[in-house]
Structures are given as C-alpha cells and as structure tokens.
Design a protein around this ligand. Structure first.
Ligand SMILES: Nc1ncnc2c1ncn2[C@@H]1O[C@H](COP(=O)(O)OP(=O)(O)O)[C@@H](O)[C@H]1O
Ligand SMILES: [Mg+2]
Length: 519
C-alpha cells in the first residue's frame, strides 16, 4: 500500500474505498433481488442504457446477458402507444417531475405485449429507472404463437422422420431389453421384412447371426455404460435366413432426466465392400502370377534366342565340312572298281547315310534360326497336302486318308506349309511303329482354316504335351526336337497357331489354324 503524507488524506481514501465497496455490495444485492423477481425487470440509466436485467427479461428479448450493457432500451423495447424512454421522458423522470410510477404498454422483442411500470430511483448522484414488466398476452396472440410453435415443431418432427425413414443406412430403435420398437425402410429391405409390423416387437438378436449374438449382448452393455459404439463388423441375418456382413454402430438415447430409454442401432451393408476387397485381393494375386509368368516367359524367350543363335552358328559351320565329306565320298565311289570289296561298299553306304542325316540336322538348325519371310499365294489346299505326302515314303502298314477339299483356296506360303505338313505327318508315322491310320481333314471355323492330322498312334503323356513346340524337345533316340518348333514358327508367321490333343495309347490330333484373310 502506498504511503501518504498526512493522516487526513489516508482517512479520506479509506472512506472512499469503503464507500465503493458498499455500492458494489448494493449492486450485487439488487442483481439478486431482480433475479428472483417473478416478473421481467430492467434497470436503465439516464441515457436509456441497460444497467441490469433479470433472466426473465433477457430470455424474452433473446439477448445475451453478458452483452446487456451494450444495448439501449429503445432498440429492444418499443412503446405501443405513447412515447416512452425518449430523452425528454427520461429527463422528466429524473427531474422528479413525475412523482408516481409511469405505466405504459410496450412490445418486448419481436411481438410480446407487456405493461411497463417505470420507477425513478436515485442513489445520491446516481439516478436510474427500475422498470417492471407485466406480460399482457392477448388471446389471439397466444393462439397464433402456439400455432406457429406447433407448426415449427411438426416441421422439425417431419424432417427428422423423413431423415430416419429414408436414410440409406438401416436404423433400428429398440427398448433397453432389445425389443424392436421402430425401424426405417432401409432396415426392412436389408432384412427382407415385408412390412414394419413384421419387424416391430421382435428381439434385436433375431437379426444377428447366432455366432455374433453373444458379442451383441456385450456390445449393448458397453453402449449403456459408455453412450455409444462405432463401426463394429457383424454378421447379420435376413428374415429368410441369409447371412450378410454389416458395419454396426449403436448409441443410447436418454430422456430429459438423463435416464437411458432406447438404443438406436445403425447398420451398413458391407457385402459389396467385402466383395470389392476380395476382388482387389484376387486381382493383386493374379497380377503377381502374371508378373511371374511374364518373367518366366522372358527368360524362356532369352533362352530360345540363345538356342537360335547357337543353331545358326552350328548349322553354318557344319555345312562346309559336310559338303567336303560328300564330295570326297563321290570321288571314292567313282574310283572304286565293281570288283572291290563288298564290305568297303557297305561302309561307304553307311557314311553316305550319316552325311545325309547330318545334312538334315544342319538344315533343321538353319530353318529354325532363319528369319521367316513368307511368299503368299492363293493355293488349292488338297494339292498342298498331296504334294507334301508325295515327298514322303508312307510305311506299308499305315493308311493315310486325305479328306481335304480343293475349295476354298487358302492364302499361304506353299513351300513352308509343305514343310509343316511333312514334319507333322512324319511325327505321326513315328508314333505308329506298328501301323495305323492318319486322317487329314480341314474345315473353316470363324474365318480360320483348320487343318487337322489325327493318328492312331501311341499318344503323348501330359508333360510332353505341355511342352510341345519347344526346341530340343524329343522322345526319340535319333530325334533333334526341332520339327515342331520349326512348324510353330512357320504357322505363327502366318498369324496362326498349332494345338494338340492327345490320349496316350489311342492317338494324337494336331490342328493347324491359319486365318483365311491373310494379307
Ligand atoms: N503324332 C505324335 N504322336 C505322339 N507324339 C508326338 C507326335 N508328334 C510329336 N510327338 C512328340 O513330340 C516330340 C517332338 O517332336 P518334334 O519337334 O517333331 O521332334 P522330333 O520328331 O525330332 O522328336 C516327339 O519327340 C514326340 O515325343
Ligand atoms: Mg519330328
């Protein structure tokens, strides 16, 4: 506390302090008194500004009590008849020209009629006016007010009802025992109920799959305790017994006293979401497989390319020595006299055969590795087959049946197609060491020329069938495993394909498909 020069000034200051403390106490008391006053009450100052008002008044005027000091009384209370709260009126009042309280009709806030009685108050220099309002509801005013409020209320109720009814999520209201007392349309649809009557009165557990019923009981207990629960996955049941997955949320509704009254349960059908999730999983698995498959194919392609290069190299390098051997053989044969050793002649024949076989291998290798350039021409399919067959010696115990017609013509590289036919037919002969039948026929399916070769041979096991057309695949002692690989390359160059069907012990059918409109 600051020090003062003399005792007198200190005394005056103390008096002032106690004075302002007293007026503060008085103000508090006034505040309390007007608050417990049964009528709306206001205290205003000489300028018509609010000093105090009780809650009854502020709620009628719809103004915030903490912002009261900012309001002038004329901005919220209007005189119904005579002029009230004008500057002059206020001045007169304070000049005590008016000795008894003034009464006047006023309108509070929007439209509430009241009788105001104003009393001049003076606290020493501080002069104020106490105004007590008596509400004057007129009968028709009350009726319109009630009507309006009822209409507003009904609108709100209707709005809420339609939000409830048409919500895309299923909503069920149950009492605290779980008995259904209301539900919306989405719920009826979700559970295949024909009408609300069918659903109302049932126990909520009937809507839930038996294995989730225990969980539901626990969850509702939790809701009762904590107020709500959100997004739990449940398995629900339709009225006709189908299970479906849902996303489940529930909350408890309290009455005005804060006692729990109902459960509101909201469910979303997530079957579609689940399907999408599963699909996504499947897709990603498929994608993984595809990537694996492509990687494998790429490696295989690399390997094949390497084999191709090797084939070209070997084919090329072996060609010259083979030609040398052939020429030497020709010279020796010429020089030999007819009387010469029979054994020698036999040896020469073997050398010749081996050279021919080696030549075939070299040609196959070159064919396989060579780039294929087609020379397309319109050709008679029956003739192609016949010419190819004429280049082969058909074993006596095998019967070849050529059912291929001359029409329609096909646009192919005739010489290359003959190579395909020869390779396939030779394989069929190899597959029928004890004789049999080879049927060659053709048909047109969806714009494709389909040429098939059916033999009655040994057939092939699944593991060979899967790999058919790959180079160096052979089951034969003297095989190279390049025949079908060359066929495949030629047919693919015609934008076609080769398929195979085979039954071990019964026979095999190779089908070559080539598009008819090849350009
Ligand atoms: N008509 C067929 N019947 C049974 N197996 C066959 C037939 N054609 C081909 N194969 C099988 O396919 C393999 C590969 O044939 P190919 O590529 O012509 O090579 P190669 O004839 O030199 O063995 C053969 O070794 C054989 O096992
Ligand atoms: Mg072959």
């Amino acid at each position: 506390m600051p020090q003062f020069k003399d005792k007198r000034s200190q005394q005056i200051l103390c008096e002032k302090a106690s004075c302002s403390r007293e007026s503060q106490i008085a103000a508090e008391i006034i505040k309390k008194i007007i608050e417990i006053f049964p009528n709306p009450v206001a205290i205003i100052d000489r300028d018509g500004r609010f000093r105090e008002a009780n809650t009854k008044l502020t709620s009628l005027l719809k103004i915030d009590k903490s912002k009261l000091a900012g309001y002038k009384i004329t901005s919220v209370i209007k005189a119904a008849g005579k002029q009230l709260f004008t500057r002059r009126f206020l001045d007169d009042l304070f000049a005590e020209a008016v000795k008894k309280p003034i009464k006047a009709e006023v309108i509070l806030g929007d439209r509430i009629s009241a009788e105001a009685s104003a009393h001049a108050l003076s606290f020493g220099k501080d002069a104020m006016i106490l105004i007590v309002f008596e509400l004057l509801y007129k009968k028709d005013e009350i009726l319109t007010l009630i009507e309006k409020q009822t209409r507003d209320l009904m609108k709100d109720v209707e709005k809420l009802r339609s939000i409830f009814e048409y919500s895309p999520d299923a909503i069920v209201v149950t009492d605290l025992n779980g008995t259904i007392i209301d539900c919306n349309l989405a719920m009826l649809e979700m559970h295949h109920f024909p009408s609300k009557e069918e659903a109302i009165g049932r126990d909520i557990t009937e809507l839930v799959s038996p294995r989730d019923r225990k969980m539901l009981k626990e969850d509702l207990k939790y809701v009762l305790r904590e107020g709500s629960i959100r997004n739990i996955e449940y398995s629900f049941l339709t009225n006709d017994g189908y299970e479906f997955p849902v996303d489940f949320s529930a909350s408890v509704v309290l009455d005005a006293e804060g006692n729990p009254r109902f459960f509101v349960i909201e469910t979303k059908d997530i079957a579609e979401r689940k399907i999408m999730e599963n699909k996504l999983k499947q897709y990603s698995e498929q994608l993984e497989k595809l990537v694996e498959e492509q990687t494998r194919k790429l490696r295989e392609a690399e390997r094949l390319a390497a084999i191709g290069e090797l084939a070209a190299m070997i084919g090329h390098d072996l060609r010259n020595p083979l030609m040398g051997i052939s020429a030497a053989l020709y010279y020796i044969e010429k020089k030999l006299k007819p009387v010469d050793d029979e054994k020698m002649k036999e040896m020469l024949r073997i050398i010749k055969e081996c050279v021919e076989y080696s030549n075939k291998i070299v040609n196959d290798l070159l064919d396989y590795s060579k780039e294929i350039k087609l020379e397309l021409e319109n050709a008679d399919p029956r003739k192609i087959i016949a010419e190819a067959l004429s280049q082969l010696s058909i074993p006596e115990n095998i019967k070849v049946i050529n059912l291929v017609q001359a029409e329609p013509r096909v646009k192919v590289d005739v010489n290359k197609m003959k190579r395909v036919i020869i390779n396939i037919v030779k394989n069929a002969f190899d597959a029928m060491p004890n004789g049999g039948k080879l049927k060659i026929e053709s048909r047109i399916v969806d714009g494709m020329w389909k040429l098939s070769f059916s033999d009655t041979g040994i057939g092939m096991p699944e593991e060979i069938k899967e790999k058919i057309g790959k180079p160096l695949l052979t089951t034969k002692a003297k095989g190279m495993g390049l025949g079908l690989a060359i066929c495949k390359r030629i047919v693919e160059a015609h934008r076609g394909s080769i398929s195979v069907e085979s039954h071990p012990g019964k026979g095999t059918t190779f089908t070559v498909s080539i598009p008819l409109n090849l350009n």
